[in-house]
Design a protein around this ligand. Structure first.
Ligand code: NI
Ligand code: MN
Length: 229
């Protein structure tokens, strides 16, 4: 399987001629190296209803005639943009044919601020995904704080690669992310959700070094970087 880190929390998993992308945020990301119109994919998975996770979802879904997978409330919102949607909820597993995606808990918020109406649209429960593809389990933790059931998730699933936020302010910072890495018990940890904006600036290499000191393999990916696993 190939995995491309598109920056912020956006990752794309590719197996043969099939792929899925999680949390596309490209045109709003000053660090992104790929344009939304260049993405070829078969499904768009969303963790929660914040703009830095959903901004390019409708365009990519429409361009590729691909479904958007999200919690029921966010799926309904996306359907009003004319895209095909699959609503699911935490605990469920979706079989996409080429991959299975289990929606797992994250501890965060989820909603869409409509400035002109001074309204906030309820965005359903935030989540992460464990994607099983080509016999590998890839965790996208979503935006999350540290919570104790990360250990339960790690105990119940053999996670090969975990993408976990380290940016602080909106999510875990490095100290809590180190504990999350221990609890998720992944064979490889990749930090995400940092450096996109000044408020989430972090030293990702320092995080990886602290992982190694705890016997955990970590890897920093640059936006646009692809790894084969
Ligand atoms: Ni968020
Ligand atoms: Mn976010």
């Amino acid at each position: 399987m190939d995995i491309i880190y598109h920056g912020h929390s956006c990752i794309q998993l590719i197996a043969g001629d099939k792929s899925l992308i999680i949390d596309p945020f490209l045109r709003g990301n000053p660090l992104a190296t790929t344009k939304a119109e260049e993405i070829k994919t078969d499904a768009v998975l969303l963790t929660h209803a914040h703009m830095d996770h959903i901004l390019d979802a409708d365009q990519i879904a429409l361009n590729n005639d691909a479904p958007v997978v999200a919690n029921p409330e966010l799926a309904a919102y996306m359907s009003w943009k004319g895209v095909k949607t699959i609503g699911m909820n935490i605990g469920g597993t979706l079989d996409l044919g080429f991959a299975k995606a289990k929606m797992v808990q994250a501890f965060h918020s989820s909603g869409i601020v409509v400035e002109e109406d001074k309204t906030i649209l309820y965005g359903g429960m935030p989540a992460g995904y464990i994607v099983n593809m080509e016999q590998l389990n890839v965790l996208h933790a979503g935006d999350t704080a540290l919570f104790g059931d990360m250990k339960m998730i790690g105990d119940r699933h053999s996670i090969d690669i975990a993408f976990i936020p380290i940016g602080d302010h909106y999510t875990m910072g490095i100290d809590d992310a180190l504990q999350a890495a221990i609890w998720y018990n992944a064979k490889l940890v990749v930090p995400v959700h940092y450096n996109t904006f000044p408020v989430i600036r972090q030293e990702a290499e320092s995080f990886v070094q602290q992982l190694q000191e705890r016997g955990i393999k970590g890897k920093v990916l640059k936006p646009g970087e692809k790894i084969t696993v």
